[in-house]
Design a protein around this ligand. Structure first.
Ligand code: NHR
Ligand code: GAR
Length: 214
Protein backbone atom coordinates (compact mmCIF):
# COMPACT_ATOMS: atom_id res chain seq x y z
CA UNK A 1 0.00 0.00 0.00
CA UNK A 2 1.48 3.33 -0.98
CA UNK A 3 -0.26 5.74 1.33
CA UNK A 4 -0.32 5.41 5.09
CA UNK A 5 -3.20 3.43 6.62
CA UNK A 6 -5.20 5.74 8.88
CA UNK A 7 -6.20 3.76 11.96
CA UNK A 8 -8.91 4.80 14.41
CA UNK A 9 -9.07 2.87 17.68
CA UNK A 10 -12.26 2.60 19.77
CA UNK A 11 -11.80 1.88 23.47
CA UNK A 12 -13.70 1.84 26.74
CA UNK A 13 -11.00 1.12 29.30
CA UNK A 14 -7.38 0.40 30.00
CA UNK A 15 -6.24 0.45 26.41
CA UNK A 16 -3.39 -2.05 26.66
CA UNK A 17 -4.27 -3.32 23.19
CA UNK A 18 -4.30 0.27 21.96
CA UNK A 19 -0.79 0.60 23.40
CA UNK A 20 0.37 -2.54 21.61
CA UNK A 21 -1.01 -1.19 18.32
CA UNK A 22 0.58 2.24 18.81
CA UNK A 23 3.91 0.55 19.52
CA UNK A 24 3.46 -1.72 16.48
CA UNK A 25 2.71 1.26 14.24
CA UNK A 26 5.89 2.99 15.40
CA UNK A 27 7.76 0.19 13.63
CA UNK A 28 5.43 0.06 10.62
CA UNK A 29 5.75 2.77 7.99
CA UNK A 30 2.41 1.73 6.50
CA UNK A 31 0.18 2.64 9.42
CA UNK A 32 -0.59 5.42 11.86
CA UNK A 33 -3.09 5.69 14.73
CA UNK A 34 -4.78 8.98 13.82
CA UNK A 35 -7.37 8.99 16.58
CA UNK A 36 -8.83 7.27 19.61
CA UNK A 37 -12.52 7.41 20.51
CA UNK A 38 -13.80 6.32 23.91
CA UNK A 39 -17.36 5.96 25.18
CA UNK A 40 -15.92 6.36 28.68
CA UNK A 41 -14.26 9.67 29.60
CA UNK A 42 -12.33 7.95 32.41
CA UNK A 43 -10.69 5.37 30.15
CA UNK A 44 -6.98 5.09 30.87
CA UNK A 45 -6.42 4.48 27.17
CA UNK A 46 -7.12 8.20 26.58
CA UNK A 47 -4.06 9.03 28.70
CA UNK A 48 -2.00 6.60 26.65
CA UNK A 49 -3.15 8.34 23.45
CA UNK A 50 -2.31 11.79 24.84
CA UNK A 51 1.21 10.62 25.71
CA UNK A 52 1.69 9.81 22.03
CA UNK A 53 0.04 13.09 20.92
CA UNK A 54 -2.79 11.17 19.32
CA UNK A 55 -6.07 13.05 18.95
CA UNK A 56 -8.93 11.76 21.12
CA UNK A 57 -12.70 12.13 21.30
CA UNK A 58 -15.27 10.93 23.79
CA UNK A 59 -18.73 9.93 22.67
CA UNK A 60 -20.56 9.36 25.93
CA UNK A 61 -23.99 7.71 25.89
CA UNK A 62 -26.68 9.98 27.34
CA UNK A 63 -29.05 8.48 29.84
CA UNK A 64 -32.02 7.00 28.03
CA UNK A 65 -30.51 7.62 24.60
CA UNK A 66 -31.48 4.99 22.07
CA UNK A 67 -28.83 3.00 20.25
CA UNK A 68 -29.49 4.52 16.84
CA UNK A 69 -28.96 8.05 18.16
CA UNK A 70 -25.74 7.03 19.89
CA UNK A 71 -24.50 5.33 16.73
CA UNK A 72 -25.24 8.48 14.72
CA UNK A 73 -23.14 10.56 17.07
CA UNK A 74 -20.40 7.96 17.03
CA UNK A 75 -20.54 7.88 13.23
CA UNK A 76 -20.06 11.67 13.09
CA UNK A 77 -17.04 11.39 15.39
CA UNK A 78 -15.59 8.57 13.30
CA UNK A 79 -16.01 10.49 10.04
CA UNK A 80 -13.87 13.34 11.33
CA UNK A 81 -10.88 10.98 11.26
CA UNK A 82 -11.48 9.57 7.77
CA UNK A 83 -10.15 6.18 8.87
CA UNK A 84 -9.06 3.39 6.56
CA UNK A 85 -9.38 0.94 9.44
CA UNK A 86 -11.39 0.97 12.68
CA UNK A 87 -9.99 -1.15 15.50
CA UNK A 88 -12.20 -2.09 18.45
CA UNK A 89 -9.90 -2.59 21.41
CA UNK A 90 -11.90 -3.35 24.52
CA UNK A 91 -14.82 -1.29 23.20
CA UNK A 92 -17.81 -2.34 25.28
CA UNK A 93 -20.81 -1.16 23.27
CA UNK A 94 -22.59 -3.24 20.68
CA UNK A 95 -22.75 -1.34 17.37
CA UNK A 96 -25.82 -1.20 15.17
CA UNK A 97 -26.11 -2.81 11.77
CA UNK A 98 -25.96 0.44 9.80
CA UNK A 99 -22.66 1.57 11.28
CA UNK A 100 -21.08 -1.87 11.04
CA UNK A 101 -22.21 -2.37 7.45
CA UNK A 102 -20.76 0.99 6.47
CA UNK A 103 -17.33 -0.11 7.64
CA UNK A 104 -17.60 -3.82 6.90
CA UNK A 105 -14.24 -5.19 5.83
CA UNK A 106 -12.55 -2.21 7.52
CA UNK A 107 -13.45 -2.91 11.15
CA UNK A 108 -11.62 -5.34 13.44
CA UNK A 109 -12.27 -6.58 16.97
CA UNK A 110 -10.30 -8.59 19.48
CA UNK A 111 -12.39 -10.89 21.61
CA UNK A 112 -11.10 -12.70 24.68
CA UNK A 113 -12.06 -16.25 23.75
CA UNK A 114 -11.43 -18.87 21.11
CA UNK A 115 -14.42 -17.96 18.94
CA UNK A 116 -16.95 -19.38 18.17
CA UNK A 117 -16.75 -20.40 21.85
CA UNK A 118 -17.98 -17.80 24.33
CA UNK A 119 -19.19 -14.82 22.35
CA UNK A 120 -20.35 -11.92 24.55
CA UNK A 121 -19.12 -10.85 27.95
CA UNK A 122 -17.37 -12.43 30.98
CA UNK A 123 -15.47 -14.98 28.94
CA UNK A 124 -12.79 -15.75 31.54
CA UNK A 125 -15.43 -16.48 34.18
CA UNK A 126 -17.26 -18.79 31.80
CA UNK A 127 -14.10 -20.67 30.78
CA UNK A 128 -13.25 -21.30 34.45
CA UNK A 129 -16.81 -22.36 35.27
CA UNK A 130 -16.75 -24.85 32.38
CA UNK A 131 -13.37 -26.23 33.53
CA UNK A 132 -11.96 -25.83 30.03
CA UNK A 133 -8.26 -26.58 29.70
CA UNK A 134 -7.73 -24.21 26.79
CA UNK A 135 -8.63 -20.55 26.30
CA UNK A 136 -7.40 -17.64 24.22
CA UNK A 137 -8.21 -14.65 22.07
CA UNK A 138 -9.51 -14.08 18.55
CA UNK A 139 -9.09 -11.19 16.14
CA UNK A 140 -12.00 -11.01 13.69
CA UNK A 141 -13.67 -8.74 11.18
CA UNK A 142 -16.74 -7.10 12.71
CA UNK A 143 -20.12 -7.92 11.18
CA UNK A 144 -23.53 -6.94 12.59
CA UNK A 145 -23.96 -10.27 14.41
CA UNK A 146 -22.06 -10.05 17.69
CA UNK A 147 -18.61 -11.70 17.75
CA UNK A 148 -19.61 -13.70 14.68
CA UNK A 149 -17.45 -12.16 11.96
CA UNK A 150 -14.75 -14.19 10.22
CA UNK A 151 -11.80 -15.01 12.46
CA UNK A 152 -8.39 -13.82 11.26
CA UNK A 153 -5.98 -14.96 13.96
CA UNK A 154 -6.27 -16.75 17.28
CA UNK A 155 -3.83 -17.32 20.12
CA UNK A 156 -4.32 -20.14 22.61
CA UNK A 157 -3.34 -20.27 26.26
CA UNK A 158 -3.55 -23.15 28.73
CA UNK A 159 -5.89 -22.99 31.71
CA UNK A 160 -4.32 -24.35 34.90
CA UNK A 161 -6.01 -25.64 38.02
CA UNK A 162 -6.27 -22.86 40.55
CA UNK A 163 -6.32 -20.10 37.93
CA UNK A 164 -8.33 -17.04 38.90
CA UNK A 165 -10.10 -14.70 36.50
CA UNK A 166 -7.28 -12.17 36.99
CA UNK A 167 -4.49 -14.63 36.27
CA UNK A 168 -6.25 -16.04 33.24
CA UNK A 169 -7.13 -12.60 31.88
CA UNK A 170 -3.49 -11.55 32.18
CA UNK A 171 -2.35 -14.67 30.33
CA UNK A 172 -4.82 -13.91 27.52
CA UNK A 173 -3.85 -10.23 27.42
CA UNK A 174 -0.23 -11.06 26.80
CA UNK A 175 -1.24 -13.03 23.72
CA UNK A 176 -3.62 -10.31 22.56
CA UNK A 177 -0.77 -7.82 22.53
CA UNK A 178 1.15 -10.12 20.19
CA UNK A 179 -1.59 -10.96 17.69
CA UNK A 180 -3.50 -7.68 17.34
CA UNK A 181 -0.58 -5.55 16.05
CA UNK A 182 0.30 -8.34 13.61
CA UNK A 183 -3.20 -8.39 12.13
CA UNK A 184 -3.23 -4.58 11.92
CA UNK A 185 0.07 -4.75 10.06
CA UNK A 186 -1.32 -7.27 7.55
CA UNK A 187 -4.31 -4.99 6.92
CA UNK A 188 -2.16 -1.90 6.51
CA UNK A 189 0.03 -3.73 4.00
CA UNK A 190 -3.06 -4.48 1.92
CA UNK A 191 -2.67 -8.23 2.47
CA UNK A 192 -5.82 -8.80 4.54
CA UNK A 193 -9.34 -8.49 3.12
CA UNK A 194 -12.86 -9.61 3.81
CA UNK A 195 -15.10 -10.83 1.03
CA UNK A 196 -17.80 -13.48 0.60
CA UNK A 197 -18.12 -13.38 4.39
CA UNK A 198 -14.61 -14.76 4.78
CA UNK A 199 -11.23 -13.39 5.77
CA UNK A 200 -8.45 -13.59 3.16
CA UNK A 201 -4.71 -13.22 3.61
CA UNK A 202 -2.57 -12.90 0.49
CA UNK A 203 -5.57 -14.02 -1.61
CA UNK A 204 -5.99 -17.26 0.34
CA UNK A 205 -9.04 -17.97 2.46
CA UNK A 206 -8.31 -18.06 6.18
CA UNK A 207 -9.82 -21.15 7.88
CA UNK A 208 -12.45 -20.95 10.61
CA UNK A 209 -9.88 -21.03 13.42
CA UNK A 210 -7.85 -18.23 11.91
CA UNK A 211 -4.55 -18.16 10.11
CA UNK A 212 -2.20 -20.99 10.96
CA UNK A 213 1.07 -21.43 9.12
CA UNK A 214 1.45 -24.91 7.65
N1 NHR B 1 -20.83 -4.70 17.38
C1 NHR B 1 -21.21 -5.53 16.41
N2 NHR B 1 -22.26 -5.16 15.66
N3 NHR B 1 -20.60 -6.71 16.16
C2 NHR B 1 -19.58 -7.09 16.93
O1 NHR B 1 -18.98 -8.24 16.69
C3 NHR B 1 -19.12 -6.26 17.99
C4 NHR B 1 -19.80 -5.05 18.18
C5 NHR B 1 -19.42 -4.20 19.24
C6 NHR B 1 -18.43 -4.58 20.10
C7 NHR B 1 -16.79 -6.23 20.97
C8 NHR B 1 -17.41 -7.39 21.77
C9 NHR B 1 -16.38 -8.32 22.39
O2 NHR B 1 -15.30 -8.51 21.86
C10 NHR B 1 -17.78 -5.80 19.94
C11 NHR B 1 -18.10 -6.63 18.88
C12 NHR B 1 -19.73 -5.46 24.03
C13 NHR B 1 -20.71 -6.39 24.32
C14 NHR B 1 -21.90 -6.05 25.18
O3 NHR B 1 -22.71 -6.90 25.51
C15 NHR B 1 -20.58 -7.67 23.79
C16 NHR B 1 -19.50 -7.97 22.98
C17 NHR B 1 -18.53 -7.00 22.68
C18 NHR B 1 -18.66 -5.76 23.23
N4 NHR B 1 -22.08 -4.77 25.55
C19 NHR B 1 -23.19 -4.26 26.34
C20 NHR B 1 -24.17 -3.51 25.43
O4 NHR B 1 -25.36 -3.59 25.75
C21 NHR B 1 -22.72 -3.28 27.37
C22 NHR B 1 -21.82 -3.91 28.38
C23 NHR B 1 -21.13 -2.90 29.29
O5 NHR B 1 -21.24 -1.68 29.08
O6 NHR B 1 -20.44 -3.37 30.21
O7 NHR B 1 -23.75 -2.83 24.48
O8 NHR B 1 -16.68 -8.96 23.44
C1 GAR C 1 -9.28 -7.23 26.11
O1 GAR C 1 -9.03 -8.44 26.79
C2 GAR C 1 -10.29 -7.48 25.02
O2 GAR C 1 -10.16 -8.74 24.44
C3 GAR C 1 -11.57 -7.37 25.80
O3 GAR C 1 -11.37 -6.35 26.74
C4 GAR C 1 -9.98 -6.25 27.05
C5 GAR C 1 -9.56 -4.83 26.84
O4 GAR C 1 -8.30 -4.60 27.38
N1 GAR C 1 -12.66 -7.04 24.96
C6 GAR C 1 -13.90 -7.23 25.33
O5 GAR C 1 -14.20 -7.86 26.32
C7 GAR C 1 -14.92 -6.63 24.42
N2 GAR C 1 -16.21 -6.87 24.95
P1 GAR C 1 -7.50 -3.26 27.03
O6 GAR C 1 -8.45 -2.10 27.27
O7 GAR C 1 -6.38 -3.25 28.01
O8 GAR C 1 -7.05 -3.35 25.62
Amino acid sequence: MESCCRILVLISGNGSNLQAIIDGCDENLHAEVVGVISDNPEAYGLTRAHRHEIDTSCVIAHQGENRADYDNRLNAAIERYQPDLIVLAGFMRILGEELVTKYQGRMLNIHPSLLPCYPGLNTHERVLAAKDTEHGASVHFVIPALDAGPVILQAKVPVYEGDTVEILAERVHEQEHAIYPLVVKWFSQGRLKMHDGKAWLDNEVIGVSGYAPD
